[in-house]
Structures are given as structure tokens and as C-alpha cells.
Write a new protein. Structure first.
Length: 585
């Protein structure tokens, strides 16, 4: 049978068409591959292998986390590896590069003077969104809700509120901690015990009392003290490692729910995709859902109590929540509307106040206590400074009262606190997003770029990079303030670096002695930093007044960190000697 010419021609062309189609597909796939590869910003160092990998820097980050259990140090290590104050990397596939900047002068300029170019980062907002979506920390500065939320909470950090509401609660809860540790010191006989949970509990008691005016019935520290006082030696377990362990009561259920939600927020800080991570956990963890519900019910009850008290004629402001409700009432009256006391923004603002106020202070106190135990000369000098500053209390063999502590300037106490925050920063990285095309150290940074500012590397704990002033912004060159640390000792814990002689020959604390950014700067700095400083001053003054923190060795002195919302010590052991001259009141 004869084959038609048309069929013969089609059979001849078929392999050619297949080759052409295959070539087109290969070319298209190659173009897609090239399009999907990470795109570096010109002139900024990066890992070349990451730019050739569709997953960017993600494999490096995952390997680092697997080897070290954490990610945060990796960012500073990139700066050191590339020997540059500016580097870039890709945290996730198919994303823009993230820029890391490690230079105090430029970081100060961005946070303080260039907030219109650099707003709060989207990643930071994503981490908080699952827990407090209506808190101002979860919002950009251009969010229409932001201004109203800041107005709602603006007076919580005023001297009046801090001194009249916060300080008395800090003092009273710390005295309870002194009582607990006095008993533990007696039972432990100067052997080490894990103080981490005690500090966490005490700082949670403090912030809950300031937020909700909780009494002793909601104080975990008070419950543990009562339990240990009643059962004494039977609650002591002597470990083979030489440490003493104290059996504990279960947490108060409402406080346990708050702690569980706070712990969940810590997981969001460790997640590459926090919004997705939060949704998955809420879908798959019934206990987490129950803790969120219990937390919400607690806040609703406290709002109802405060509103009822006001409606019954009691206008006293006992707590931060009272203050928020008074502000809402006044705003509603001004706008001729009904107040909305159970609004999501009030609930989230008060819970954000609790979480932020607790986590940062707890972490900073743990690090400072470890540093004082490891630097006995600093501890001795601090105690002498406190005895001299609160001389009347010392002569009368009593505790200094809250007004003596909050109204008396003790330069060396301030220096110890600031040096601890420099040496072990609770918040080691700040993030911003560019809101327009801009320039950083002479390099073009496009709109929508994430920028990380670590505060633990060059400039802070090792010598800064030498940077040509011409590459800096005009405001950085003209308005920069603050000193610079000596290259010889930035790696050392040395509170004296914060002291200077004033014109009258006296020793004073110099907050601008050198680089530190424990709480950020500018309009998006840590809202609760004044509360954190006040809490550290009162708590440290009372603890050092009452106890000698003995030097610890081996694993008990470990400086190993753990990343959550903050970077905290994994362990915080203490060996206490009660200073009998000061009896707890």
C-alpha cells in the first residue's frame, strides 16, 4: 500500500517538532530557574553559594540551627565572615535579600532619625500577630490603628504612673522573693539551686500586679514561700551534681495560662514563618487553644471588675488596666459615643504590656545575677555603693523603702545595669523594613527590604569597622552622639566604663559613654524600657542588699543562652549567703 506524501512528510517532521518543543521547554525552565534564583543587591557582600541555590541561605540557617540549637548568632557571624558592616542573605526561597547592618552610628541614625524611611519590620509584626494582633507592636507606624493604640497606653510609662503604681508593686513582690530566697538559703546551706523559675515567677507577679492589681492570692512566689515554709526540709532534694532542688507547687491555673501563651509567643520568634506556624499550632494543639481561652476569660473578668468598681463610684487607678479603661471612657465621652471596654485593642494592649514587661525584665535580671556571681569585685563594690546611698536604712539595720530606692541616684547601680544590658542584650536584634528606596552606608536599598540591626557584634562587643564618613547619611555625620569603646576591653564585663567625673568632682553615670541598644531608639523603641529600668533598679538593690551571690563553677556558671522572645540564660543557678545584718521586713 502506498504511503501518501503528506503522511510521509509529517512523520519526517515529527522528531524535529519534538526536538523544538523540548528545546523550548528546557529554555523556558532555565529562564524560570534564573528568575527564581536569589537576586543580590549590588555591592553588598553575600555567600556566593546561597545566590546559586533556589533556597537561598535557608540550608545554611537550618544547618546552623541543627548544630547550635539557635539562629541569632548566625547574623553577626556573617558580618564577621565577610568582614563588612553590611551583608545580605536570603532567609526563605523566592524572597528579597535581607540586609544586616552592624554599625552603632548608622543604627542609631536609622532608629532615631530616619523612621520615615525605616518602619517596624513585617517579620516582627508577624511574630506578635498570632498572640496580640491588636497591640501596637504588631502594627506599622502607618497603620490607621497605631496612633489610637499609642494614645491609649501613653501614660503607663510616665513618672507618675511608674512611681505611684508600678514601683510599690515591684518593691512588695521583690520583698516576697527575698523571703523565699532567705528560706532557700537556709535550707540549701550555700549549695547552688536553680533560681531561674523564681525570677520568672517574681517578675510575672510584678507585672501582673501592675497590670491587674492582683493581690497575694495570685502571687506564685507567695504560694511557693507558704508551701516551703510549711513543709521545709521535706521539699529539699540533694542532687548528685551538688545542687539542691526544691519541690514546687503547681502554678496557679490562670497564671499558668498566661505563661503558656507567652511561651507560645517565644516559639514564633524561632519560626521562619510565624503566621503559618501559629495557625498550625492552634489547629493541632487543644491545650494551647484552652490556654488562649483561659487568658481571654481572665482579662474579660478583670475588665468587668474594674468597670463595676468605677460605676460604683471608685475612681482610683490601681492598675494599668484601670488606666486603659479610664482612657477609653474619656475618649468615648469626647467622641460622644458609648465606651467599648471589652474591645480587642484594650485586651491586646494589656496582655502585650504583661508579656513585654515580664520577659525583658526577667531575662535582664537573670543575666545580671549571673554576672554578679561571676564578678565578685563588682558585686562587692555594688553592695558598698548601696550601703552608702541608703545610709539611713543601713544604720537602722532595715530594708531601704521603695521611695529611698526610686528617688536616690546610685551611679554604680546604673552602671551595673547598663553594662549587663550591653554584655548580654536581652533583645539582640532589631528589624526594620524600608518604606522607600534609600541609601545605607553608600549602598542603594530598595523599598520593601528587611534590614536587621544586631546589637551584639562590632561596635558593641568587639571593635567597630572603620567606615568612611562620606558613605554615611548627612544626619549620621552631623547628629551622631555618644562615645566609642576602647578596642581592648569590649569583650569584658566592666561597669566602670559607664562612670565619669563631673564638673564638681563627683562620680556620675554616663548613659552616652558608648554603644548600647538594649531597648532600641526612636519612635519604635521598646515601649516598656522605663518600667524595665525601674524594675531592675529596685530588684537588684534589694537582692544585693540581702544576699551575697557566691561564685559558681562548672555547669552552674554556664553562660549558654536560649532564644525565646528574648535571649535568656539557659541556666540561672545561685548559691546564696544571707547577709544577716539586713532582716526582711
Amino acid at each position: 500500500m502506498a504511503v501518501s506524501p503528506g503522511l510521509h512528510q509529517a512523520a519526517t517532521l515529527s522528531p524535529m517538532v519534538s526536538v523544538l518543543v523540548l528545546s523550548f521547554v528546557i529554555a523556558l525552565l532555565y529562564q524560570l530557574y534564573q528568575w527564581a534564583l536569589p537576586k543580590p543587591l549590588p555591592g553588598i557582600p553575600y555567600d556566593a553559594h546561597a545566590a546559586r541555590n533556589l533556597r537561598g541561605s535557608l540550608p545554611d540557617l537550618l544547618r546552623y540551627k541543627e548544630a547550635n540549637g539557635r539562629i541569632r548568632p548566625w547574623f553577626v557571624e556573617q558580618i564577621i565572615k565577610h568582614d563588612s558592616p553590611l551583608v545580605q542573605f536570603w532567609m526563605l526561597p523566592f524572597t528579597k535579600p535581607i540586609v544586616i547592618v552592624s554599625d552603632y552610628q548608622e543604627t542609631q541614625d536609622v532608629l532615631l532619625r530616619r523612621s520615615k524611611e525605616f518602619d517596624r519590620g513585617q517579620r516582627g509584626a508577624d511574630m506578635f500577630h498570632g498572640v496580640v494582633p491588636n497591640h501596637h507592636i504588631s502594627m506599622t507606624s502607618t497603620d490607621p490603628r497605631f496612633k489610637g493604640n499609642k494614645e491609649l497606653v501613653r501614660d503607663l510609662m510616665t513618672p507618675t504612673f511608674l512611681n505611684e503604681v508600678s514601683a510599690p508593686e515591684i518593691y512588695s513582690k521583690t520583698i516576697t522573693l527575698v523571703g523565699l530566697w532567705t528560706l532557700k538559703a537556709e535550707l540549701a546551706k550555700e549549695k547552688p539551686f536553680d533560681a531561674k523559675k523564681d525570677i520568672v515567677d517574681a517578675t510575672m507577679d510584678i507585672i501582673n500586679a501592675a497590670a491587674f492589681s492582683f493581690g497575694d492570692h495570685m502571687s506564685t512566689t507567695k504560694h511557693q514561700l507558704k508551701h516551703l515554709s510549711e513543709l521545709g526540709q521535706s521539699q529539699v532534694v540533694h542532687g548528685s551534681d551538688g545542687a539542691v532542688r526544691f519541690l514546687r507547687l503547681p502554678e496557679i491555673s490562670d497564671i499558668a495560662a498566661i505563661s503558656a501563651v507567652a511561651d507560645h509567643l517565644g516559639t514564633q520568634f524561632r519560626s521562619m514563618m510565624p503566621r503559618l506556624d501559629h495557625k498550625i499550632r492552634m489547629l493541632t494543639q487543644p491545650e494551647l487553644r484552652r490556654n488562649f481561652a483561659r487568658k481571654d476569660a481572665l482579662i474579660s473578668r478583670e475588665i468587668a471588675k474594674s468597670v463595676m468598681r468605677f460605676d460604683n463610684g471608685d475612681r482610683t487607678t490601681f492598675s494599668a488596666l484601670d488606666h486603659l479603661l479610664h482612657r477609653e471612657r474619656a475618649a468615648a465621652q469626647k467622641a460622644n459615643r458609648k465606651p467599648v471596654f471589652h474591645s480587642p485593642r484594650i485586651k491586646d494592649e494589656i496582655f502585650g504590656y504583661v508579656i513585654a514587661g515580664h520577659e525583658t525584665s526577667s531575662t535582664a535580671l537573670q543575666w545580671t545575677i549571673k554576672l554578679l556571681a561571676g564578678h565578685q569585685n563588682v558585686q562587692t563594690r555594688l553592695r558598698s555603693a548601696l550601703q552608702a546611698a541608703y545610709r539611713k536604712a543601713y544604720d537602722e539595720s532595715r530594708q531601704p523603702i521603695v521611695t529611698e530606692i526610686s528617688n536616690t541616684t546610685v551611679p554604680y547601680l546604673d552602671a551595673v545595669i547598663e553594662e549587663s544590658l550591653r554584655f548580654d542584650a536581652p533583645l539582640p536584634i532589631f528589624a526594620r523594613d524600608t518604606t522607600r528606596d534609600t541609601i545605607l552606608l553608600g549602598h542603594r536599598i530598595p523599598k520593601g527590604t528587611q534590614v536587621f540591626f544586631p546589637v551584639t557584634g562590632p561596635s558593641y562587643k568587639c571593635p567597630p569597622f572603620l567606615i568612611d564618613d562620606h558613605s554615611r547619611s548627612p544626619t549620621s555625620r552631623e547628629k551622631h552622639w555618644g562615645g566609642q569603646w576602647s578596642d581592648d576591653d569590649t569583650h569584658l564585663f566592666n561597669p566602670e566604663r559607664w562612670l565619669k567625673i563631673d564638673e564638681n568632682g563627683g562620680i556620675v553615670f554616663d548613659a552616652q559613654a558608648g554603644p548600647v541598644l538594649a531597648f532600641g531608639l526612636g519612635p519604635r523603641s521598646c515601649f516598656g524600657k522605663r518600667l524595665a529600668y525601674l524594675e531592675m533598679r529596685i530588684v537588684l538593690a534589694l537582692l544585693v542588699w540581702n544576699f551575697e551571690f557566691k561564685k559558681l563553677d562548672g555547669p552552674f556558671s554556664s553562660h549558654q543562652p536560649h532564644d525565646s522572645i528574648t535571649t535568656m540564660p539557659l541556666y540561672c543557678y545561685v548559691a546564696l549567703k544571707r547577709l544577716e545584718h539586713y532582716q526582711a521586713s
